[in-house]
Design a protein around this ligand. Structure first.
Ligand SMILES: Cc1cc2nc3c(=O)[nH]c(=O)nc-3n(C[C@H](O)[C@H](O)[C@H](O)COP(=O)(O)O)c2cc1C
Ligand SMILES: Nc1ncnc2c1ncn2[C@@H]1O[C@H](COP(=O)(O)OP(=O)(O)OP(=O)(O)O)[C@@H](O)[C@H]1O
Ligand SMILES: [Mg+2]
Length: 480
């Protein structure tokens, strides 16, 4: 079978692994469901073209494993029910490629001319359909929460969505199509990298020829797969969102200077939770954020384990699936040399479509930014210092620098109860100043902390407390 031979003969180990996993899913689906109750959702796009050939290969391997070898010539093709939702808004090139391909590979085509949901309802009424192969990949807007076998959503007709290429990246798709030398829709050679309707899709500007003309390089030349959807005009493009946040953030107007943004810190380390090591990074990072005018609203220490980290990050408002990030994998492999296995390395699992790598000449590994989550690889305060300075030095960090906070600390031997009513009044009068108190030890002095962005207000609040208790307060330190 030519696809199987092409991949197995290739020196690209990553592709062989991806291929092996995907054809395994295809074989499982054929083992689980009667062939006539399985369908393939094909639309002529690159992902569904990959899927077509994986299904052909998986079907061949399934037959080979389960039947006698003498009939193998007969399974060169896979006569799987194929559904195409044809729309008047589809590109003519997509339409013609779809029709040509089903004819080349002898696929029985069922064309549906309604929306996905009602089309599938009609299909299931007409013919029992237990499973449908779909070319969804993580990073597609509709992939969130899906696995290789995912039942259709509530409210949709009941069938199993089979997603053999869920964990494939943009580069994996092109490596496969080019290695197998299969035909794909001509639009991809004209700079289209992901194809929707004629109304929302243009060639990807990142493939525009430097000559300034209207020609574009082929889709497989897009080096950063995270920008695959940059040609989808009306739909949100994550990268653009990040950029606009970053550039808005850099306009340091007076108003913005006074706004205090808030950050959460997630420290990852089993040793901290075992009590064998003390976390110093959290405090150091609080100081650094404070110095650029940010408040820290929450610090958490979590286990060095992907689900614990994901759960905590989710709590801090970031929701996305994890996928291998190839560029980051390349860095890891350079650093780790022969120790790097390359296959499903958890360190390189990053949310696809929203991950930006922040490069800096002083850093061996780039910092990772996923929307509003920045990951430091520091294991100690010295490393954190370097990474922090590089972050501030990076244009795309999106880290808005606001007016730094100033603090003043006063010490007293008076009791909490004695000063509490005055502090309560001060809090009302100086609502722009954070006023709190703490003790270093149970019997030691009480320290009152005043923190705010306006130095004069901080001073005024502290003065007022001192004058309320003449001679009972002394200053601990002051920073401007
Ligand atoms: C065969 C098939 C099954 C689908 N099943 C579901 C489903 O169970 N739940 C759902 O929310 N969307 C389902 N969809 C819709 C897709 O999630 C998505 O909206 C569609 O592929 C269009 O993607 P696009 O908006 O990126 O073009 C299905 C689509 C197809 C073609
Ligand atoms: N009109 C359609 N008819 C049949 N299946 C479809 C249709 N639109 C989407 N699908 C299914 O959903 C999958 C994901 O669609 P998506 O548009 O992300 O991928 P693609 O069209 O294969 O490639 P590209 O990302 O380059 O457009 C397809 O691979 C296909 O299985
Ligand atoms: Mg498409």
């Amino acid at each position: 079978m030519e696809i199987d031979e092409a991949v197995r003969g290739s020196s690209d180990r990553r592709m062989r692994t991806k291929y092996g996993n995907a054809v395994y899913v295809v074989q499982r689906a054929f083992a689980l469901y009667p062939f006539e109750e399985v369908a393939f959702s094909f639309n002529g796009g690159k992902d569904s073209t990959v899927l077509l050939h994986l299904i052909r290969a998986g079907y061949y391997l399934y037959k080979k494993d389960s039947g006698d070898g003498s009939q193998m010539d007969a399974v060169k093709n896979c006569p799987l029910r194929t559904i195409y939702f044809e729309s008047p808004c589809a590109f003519p090139e997509i339409n013609s490629f779809t029709y040509e391909t089903v004819s080349t590979y002898g696929l029985p085509l069922e064309t549906i001319r309604s929306d996905f949901k009602s089309g599938l309802e009609g299909l299931l009424k007409e013919k029992p359909t237990k499973a449908i192969f779909i070319g969804t990949r993580i990073g597609d807007p509709n992939a969130v929460g899906q696995e290789q076998f995912s039942p259709s959503s509530p409210g949709w007709p009941p069938f199993m969505r089979v997603n053999p290429i869920l964990d494939w990246s943009y580069r994996d798709v092109w490596s496969f199509l080019l290695t197998c030398k299969v035909k794909y829709c001509s639009l991809y050679d004209q700079g289209y990298t992901s194809i929707g309707s004629i109304h929302d899709t243009v060639p990807n500007a990142l493939l525009s020829d430097s000559s300034g003309g209207k020609s574009f390089r082929p889709a497989y030349m897009l080096s950063d797969g995270r920008l695959e959807r940059a040609g989808r005009t009306k739909k949100a493009n994550n990268k653009m969102e990040i950029n606009s946040v970053a550039s808005n953030g850099m306009t340091n107007t007076e108003g913005e200077q006074m706004v205090s943004r808030s950050a959460s810190i997630v420290i990852v380390g089993d040793e901290i939770l075992f009590g064998t090591a003390e976390d110093k990074l959290g405090a150091a990072l609080c100081n650094k954020l404070h110095a650029i005018g940010w408040r820290v609203s929450h610090i958490a220490a979590v286990r060095n384990e992907i689900d614990s980290v994901a759960e905590e990050v989710e709590r801090c408002k970031s929701t996305d699936d994890m996928a291998p990030d190839e560029e980051f994998e390349d860095y890891l492999s350079q650093i780790m040399g022969n120790d790097y296995t390359g296959d499903r390395n958890e360190m390189a699992l990053l949310p696809e479509g929203i991950t930006e790598l922040l490069h800096h000449k002083s850093l061996p590994l780039p910092l990772i930014k996923c929307r509003n989550v920045i990951t430091f690889a520091a294991t100690n305060v010295d490393e954190l210092e370097i990474e922090w300075d590089c972050l501030l030095d990076t244009q795309d960090s999106g880290l808005v620098r606001a007016k730094p906070f100033v603090s003043k600390h006063l010490r007293t031997a008076l009791s909490d109860a004695k000063i509490a009513p005055v502090l309560a009044k001060l809090c009302l009068e100086f609502s722009d100043v954070y006023i709190g108190s703490y003790r270093v030890s149970r019997s030691g002095p009480l320290v009152v902390n005043f923190t705010g962005k306006d130095y004069q207000r901080v001073e005024a609040a502290a003065e007022k407390l001192m004058s309320s208790f003449e001679g009972h307060f002394s200053q601990v330190d002051s920073c401007k």
